[in-house]
Design a protein around this ligand. Structure first.
Ligand SMILES: O=C[C@H](O)[C@H](O)[C@H](O)COP(=O)(O)O
Length: 229
């Protein structure tokens, strides 16, 4: 089996080849997207590729700017042509769990405003039923303990995400993340609706009806589409 980082590099570099001149490109977040941004920045330099990027986190914005890419605010563009992002889990219906890197809110806003969304993943991320990775939920800080109790009562096994200093992790938007340790999410749409309706929840990491294609790394890199299900 091809090593995981090699797969991330493989799909990141392939995704960079999908970008064309004059595109507005959504730049996701994470260790897989890092390879994509680096490869795209090389194309920008070598080919003088005129593109503009919209970022999904401070981390990606810093990387892209350091590599010389032109970054614009999402409100400066009418639409994003193509967004390339990673995912923590994806099933064969192209539904995913995202937010392992705490960037789910901006990622979902960028995705919803993109004409086309492509995810790049190593093969360990593909599953039949979503699960096996905690589902991140971004919540406002105020009243977080009450949300924790609500989630506990709903058998969602919540854990407040902490930073390396053991303080609650604060997102780019000043919120907290609660990770729900659900072994299998059999009805993602039902859970997504329920989460979206809870006061204090800003956004959840279930990305449904968003992704158009998934590029999966491995010895035989392949592409999952809605048609291939
Ligand atoms: O918040 C982070 C994002 O949703 C990432 O795209 C996701 O966690 C995948 O990251 P990685 O490529 O590092 O596994």
């Amino acid at each position: 089996m091809m090593e995981v980082n090699a797969q991330k590099q493989q799909v990141g570099e392939y995704a960079a080849s999908l970008v064309h001149a004059d595109m507005v490109v959504g730049l996701g977040t994470g260790s897989t997207v890092k390879y994509f941004v680096e490869a795209l920045a090389r194309r920008v330099q070598l080919e003088r590729l005129p593109i503009r990027g919209v970022t999904t986190s401070k981390c990606t914005a810093e990387l892209a700017q350091r590599l010389g890419m032109t970054i614009v605010d999402i409100d400066e563009v009418d639409q994003i042509d193509l967004t390339i992002d990673g995912a923590d889990r994806v099933n064969r219906h192209l539904e995913g769990i995202k937010g392992g890197g705490a960037a789910l809110l901006f990622e979902k806003i960028v995705a919803r405003n993109s004409k086309r969304n492509i995810w790049i993943v190593d093969e360990s991320k593909v599953c039949d039923v979503l699960g096996g990775f905690p589902l991140p939920v971004e919540v406002v800080q105020y009243g977080v303990e009450h949300l924790m109790q609500l989630f506990t009562g709903a058998q969602l096994q919540p854990v407040l995400r902490r930073a390396s200093d053991q303080q609650p992790l604060v997102t780019d938007n000043g919120n907290y993340i609660i990770d729900l340790h659900v072994a299998q999410i059999n009805q993602p749409a039902v859970l997504a609706d329920w989460l979206a309706n809870q006061v204090g929840v800003v956004e959840h990491g279930l990305f449904l009806d968003i992704c158009d294609e998934v590029i999966v790394g491995g010895e035989t890199m392949h592409i999952l589409t809605a048609q291939s299900v």
